[in-house]
Design a protein around this ligand. Sequence first.
Ligand code: HEC
Length: 322
Amino acid sequence: MQMQNSTLMETSRRASARLLAVPGVRDPAGGPVVAAKAGRQHRVAMALGAVCLLLLATAPAKAAHTINPEADRKAFQAYFFAKFPKVAKSDYGNGPYAINAEMRAQWKQVMEFPPYVFALDDGKARWAKPFPDGKHYADCFENKGVGIRQTYPRFDVKTGKVVTLEDAINACRVEHGDKPLKLGGQKMASLTAVMAHSSRGKPFDIVIPNDPRALAAYEHGKEVFYSRKGQLGISCASCHVLAAGERLRGDYLAPALGILAAMPIYRAHWGNMGTITRRFTSCSKKTRAEPMKPDGAGYRDLDYFLSYMSNGIPITGPGARP
Ligand code: HEC
């Protein structure tokens, strides 16, 4: 545990040192960044404050409390384009492989026989099988569900809630007399793999309608992403924004831009597939915070926020990861 902690802190410290060197980013406390008594935890906290300031600072001038997803998205993407000038925009859907040559070489080998093919075959069989009432998944989606993954999550004006791709699949099942699937399970992963596969190359195209409930859901997702939780006092952004591209134990941290484009993923470490919900749950545990409810507003809105930030980044899923 101690090892893990200090590796993380070291990673964050290096990242924060660089971040704080960015012109225009002030130490949130207004004083020297490394005060005499300041420990590493403190510096991580400072760095996080700085990233928020960075996002605000790079956003076009706007009133303090307006919710402006498009300005946020531009600032978010500009941050990564500046951090990784050699990475093409279209490559962000390849996660850690986009930013590290060593991993890229490994990946090319893995892709000679992609480990997600079994899930894809399983998904195709499930997709074709009729529900108890004789209807199919294809009956629930426009264009029979082909090539539409990049438009999820969506905001549903009727319920006022965000609907993720996993939610939409379950709603279809329930509507046609079947039971919902576990959001983090293998069957769900097989089905989302089929939908992602037919949408490869299509850029994320998430819509946030000008509806106060949609904007509130977006803002909530953003808050989940940036708020520091758990015993370590770190957020999703600590690892996937600040320390993106750095090594954390055996892994290279994927940049938050495009981070959902490859979902669902086969992870060698798991020995099977993971949906977005599974990945969110396992990453929440890294902060040693209680994971949120798999079907609650926390992860739904988080998916909405992250996917919107990735508008323009092509879908690459299903993916394979170490
Ligand atoms: C302690 C650092 C840490 C924190 C905090 C963290 N993650 Fe991760 N995350 C990782 C590591 C390590 C991986 C696996 C390597 C990789 O893909 O970056 C990962 C992978 C992911 C992936 C899959 C990326 C891919 O391309 O395969 C997603 C999505 C993700 N994290 C989302 C989140 C979200 C959302 C949060 C906040 C709830 C979060 N992470 C918090 C370390 C972290």
